[in-house]
Design a protein around this ligand. Sequence first.
Ligand code: ZN
Length: 281
Amino acid sequence: MPEVAEVQAHAERLDRDFAGLTLAKFQALKFTALRTVAPAPDAAYGEPLERVGRRGKYLLLEFASVTFAVHLMQGGRLLVDAKKSLKARAGQARFVFAPDTVPALLLTEQGTERKAGVWALDPATALSTPPLDTLGPEAWGITPDALLERFALKNQRLHGFLRDQRMLAGLGRLLANEICHRARLSPFAMTGSLGPPGAATVAAAIDACITEGLAYERSRPDMSSSKDRPSAVHNRTGEVCPVCADTVRAIEYVGYTVNYCPTCQTGGKVLADNTTSKFLK
Ligand SMILES: [Zn+2]
């Protein structure tokens, strides 16, 4: 799934190439693509795209009368679409700009999950309206003090905390694995026990991992797929840790894998998950 680095770099690309263009039409190619009824997308017809921004893992296409929040979920992409084919492959929705000679933006989603979508929001209240209202503070740039406050909300495993968009917005499976490794902390470390030194360590790791991911993503002409993204432990089960040469381990869950290095993160201990069945989320 695209995380903060991928979404941020894509927002920057789209802002560079599409800001200022006038919205001619929003087309829901699948009836499930538009998740809201008001405001109507056509309220923004004839208006220039003011900017493309980001909140958490959502792209924000901002017009004077409508903010479109786009979530790519697992297999979604918001692609530059010069052809504007009526039968666009995996097409979910399309933003058509004027004049007719400029490309459109096409939301595609591979697979059958149909979870990617578009929310049309009132710009004045967009950030306090579903689905954006439950997002925690941005992970990118979080300070140690602010992170310590989030830790205090609920005593839970660090890996789960990092992936929870209500706790911090923008991180996913890759960055959760990478941040724990960078911080040299167990993915099962409890947030309530980390204290100010732990918060400082994790905040620095968040910053370093996002900065690296962003540098890679900004070097590309388009959004990477997860197998392309640089990582030390994520998706590297059985490979050699680049820091200490121990073997990267995995704990498998339904839908995601926790990767970690025993020497770097758990004092050499191989983790077994006794408290959560692998068949439960
Ligand atoms: Zn290591």
